[in-house]
Design a protein around this ligand. Structure first.
Ligand SMILES: *Cc1c(COP(=O)(O)O)cnc(C)c1O
Length: 230
């Protein structure tokens, strides 16, 4: 999606952005021969103003994504107390010293990417007797500045998560900016299939329909739902 198209969605208001994304997602599911509603829409509300988030909540949407633990907590603790059924997923990187807070807040964490974090989550899961659903983030583009385990190290990390009995459901990736996302989506899917994992978190505002065609089970869409971030 072009920046102009993203901004246009915002100008129509958050409610209509959500409706448009829902319609595009349904069309992408149909085009891929996938059942309606089989792809979860995570509305990524990071850095969005409160009124836009409320509009999307009022339109009945309940699944949201955030990339920072503190910001998510400040925003969502009051909203989840007031509205039943809200689920928040962490889509951004997680520092081990925020793992405890993250486990209390998020229904799923998409950014497990290193052994030390796996060990910390396992210890906290034992303490709590519960653990959010987890996805291992894979740095499919092997970009040095980007979070995620290198593709060549993913198998060892997944083996560790199994030894630790962590509830890893799938894999997540963020393809390099400006690159064709398809090879990255295909690599992620092949890795998930060979590991017997069913969730694929891939696809954002600019490429979520492509991701659905490539097997995404969860798309993380921010600007196309809420408008450009301020
Ligand atoms: C911000 C963000 C998104 C949403 O990006 P948009 O381009 O606004 O759709 C998705 N995934 C992650 C990990 C993000 O940080």
């Amino acid at each position: 999606m072009t920046e102009a198209a993203v901004k246009g969605k915002g100008a129509e208001g958050a409610g209509s952005g959500l409706e448009a994304v829902r319609a595009r997602l349904a069309a992408a599911e149909a085009a891929a021969g996938r059942p309606p509603g089989s792809v979860a829409l995570i509305a990524v509300s990071k850095e969005q103003p409160e009124d836009r988030v409320r509009a999307v909540l009022e339109a009945g949407h309940r699944l949201f994504g955030e990339n920072r633990v503190q910001e998510a907590r400040a925003r969502w603790e009051p909203l989840t107390a007031a509205t039943p059924g809200i689920m928040i997923h962490l889509v951004g990187p997680l520092q081990t010293n925020k793992a405890r807070a993250a486990m209390a807040l998020f229904a799923a964490i998409h950014s497990l990417d290193r052994p030390r974090l796996a060990e910390t989550l396992a210890r906290l899961a034992d303490e709590r007797g519960a653990c959010p659903d987890l996805l291992v983030q894979v740095n499919t583009g092997e970009e040095p500045q980007k979070a995620g385990v290198a593709p060549g190290e993913a198998r060892a990390l997944l083996a560790l998560t199994r030894r630790l009995s962590l509830p890893v459901q799938g894999l997540m990736c963020i393809p390099p900016e400006g690159a064709d996302p398809v090879p990255h989506f295909r690599l992620l899917r092949a890795m998930a299939e060979s590991e017997g994992l069913s969730w694929l978190s891939m696809g954002m505002s600019g490429d979520f329909e492509t991701a659905v065609a490539e097997g995404a089970t969860h798309v993380r869409v921010g600007r196309a739902v809420f408008g450009a971030r301020r």
